[in-house]
Unconditional design. Structure first.
Length: 454
């Protein structure tokens, strides 16, 4: 049996290739949207992608299942669990197969059994794999977002991001824990690995991409708590806020993502085009570095540097998916980097791109504050501080007297009494890991200055 691991650092998303060396068939589990990666890997291994399997309707990135199936002709395996509200809308398309708990299928000599693991989402399933050419017992489980190393997937995302009440009352761990046929040596392969960028989804993750069922039974708190109320209280305690775009991703992945090959080519724009788009309510993102943006930028644009590890999260969280988006980029290399990052979270309505050497016209500047100037302003009472980092960063450390509103909530809370709109200072402490977020906030509040260091 062939097993290969893929990891997207920006999304903190893991996917897998399972192949049968004898028959040359292969399964891809939870592919991301950039499907060429899997096709290249299959070619290197000398196998053909015959099956694609999704553990659930993803909320944090656009699935590549439909696109990979279109490119390879492979069967696409999706969950039929979860009730009528959690069915894939494109199940009727050729080559899309719906499976239920207990179903099995073969990828060459590799047996794949479906295990319903509701909790993270109602339709969530896992895939139990057995290499029948070498063993009669399962060697591992692809657990998706149900069980991680030392943790489990948070089930309240549907309440927090999509308004589905009551989704936090169960977890995927019991289904895995109670699967009598599984051996403690069976390996668990999660769809997520440890990353600072995934702290928005769970409180903590282990430092390795896989584990064993026996280890998790001993050390994962989710396997130790049997009282439902205590389990829910533990699971939800201290969870960070989810990005706004999660609800949009659930809908996109349920209905069927657009195929990348069908999207229009990126067009070049002029400064006049950008001004007209801003006037019409479009979302314009400047992906140059923060210093370049601060020195001079088009009024009404938002800065999210392409070099930021969170560019997908920031744009996805601030972007209104009902309007077009335009980009301001310094060169082709940056464009080639940022387009896949945006496509990964469903930003498909890209009106075009303006090259930085064509900015022209009137530009705004964003004054920068030194740490000393900020300290003096705080001491004199002349500076108010708005901390827009995420909840876990705020709880770790923050400036006394600062007001905390996560960047992704500024759009909603700007009109609060004594609110964000009246706060003149925007703080990014040196301990922050939010890369460029202080400039992305500019369109929502008008700061006197910003201080930031990553």
């Amino acid at each position: 049996m062939i097993l290969r691991y893929f990891y997207d650092e920006r999304l903190a998303q893991a996917s897998y290739l399972v192949g049968c060396a004898k028959t040359g068939e292969a399964l891809i589990v939870d592919p991301a949207r950039a499907v060429q990666t899997y096709m290249d890997a299959a070619e290197r291994e000398g196998v053909r992608i015959s099956h694609i399997a999704e553990t659930h309707i993803h909320a944090d990135y656009v699935s590549g299942g439909r696109g990979l199936a279109a490119a390879t002709g492979a069967l696409l395996i999706v969950s039929g669990e979860g009730g009528p509200d959690w069915q894939y809308a494109y199940v009727g398309e050729p080559g899309v197969v719906r499976v239920m708990n207990g179903d099995t299928f073969m990828v060459g000599n590799v047996s794949v059994e479906v295990l319903h693991t509701p909790g993270h989402t109602p339709e969530h399933i896992a895939f139990v794999i057995t290499d029948t050419a070498a063993a009669d017992r399962p060697m591992g489980i692809f657990t998706g977002d149900a069980v991680f190393v030392g943790d489990i997937g948070r089930p309240d995302l549907l309440e927090a991001a999509a308004g589905v009440v009551g989704s936090a009352r169960c977890g995927g761990a019991p289904a895995v824990r109670n699967r009598a046929a599984l051996q403690v040596a069976a390996r668990l392969f999660a769809a997520l690995a440890r990353s600072r960028r995934r702290q928005r989804v769970r409180k903590a993750l282990g430092a390795v991409p896989s584990t064993t069922l026996g280890y998790e039974k001993l050390f994962n708190p989710a396997f130790q708590i049997h009282d439902e109320d205590a389990f829910v209280a533990w699971l939800l305690d201290g969870q960070p806020e989810p990005p706004r775009y999660f609800a949009q991703m659930k809908q996109v992945n349920r209905d069927g993502p657009a195929l990348l090959a069908d999207l229009p080519e990126i067009q070049s724009l002029t400064r006049a085009d950008i001004d007209a788009l801003i006037e019409a309510g479009a979302f314009v993102v400047d992906v140059r570095d923060r210093d370049a943006f601060a020195a001079g930028h088009i009024p009404g644009t938002i800065s999210t540097p392409a070099t930021s590890s969170k560019v997908s999260t920031y744009v996805g969280s601030l972007y209104d998916f009902r309007v077009p988006v335009a980009l301001i980029v310094p060169d082709d290399a940056v464009l080639d980097e940022v387009i896949p990052a945006l496509r990964a979270v469903g930003v498909d309505r890209i009106a075009g791109v303006l090259w930085a050497d064509g900015l022209g016209g009137d530009l705004d500047a964003l004054p920068q504050m030194t740490a000393r100037a900020l300290a003096d302003g705080l001491a004199s009472g002349s500076t108010a501080v708005l901390d827009i980092r995420n909840l876990s960063e705020w709880q770790d450390r923050h400036v006394s007297g600062a007001q905390h509103v996560p960047l992704t909530e500024l759009h909603r809370r700007a009109g609060e009494p004594a609110g964000v709109a009246s706060i003149r200072g925007v703080l990014r402490q040196w301990i922050s890991r939010s890369g460029g977020g202080e400039l992305a906030a500019r369109q929502r509040v008008q700061p006197r200055g910003a201080y930031g260091r990553t």
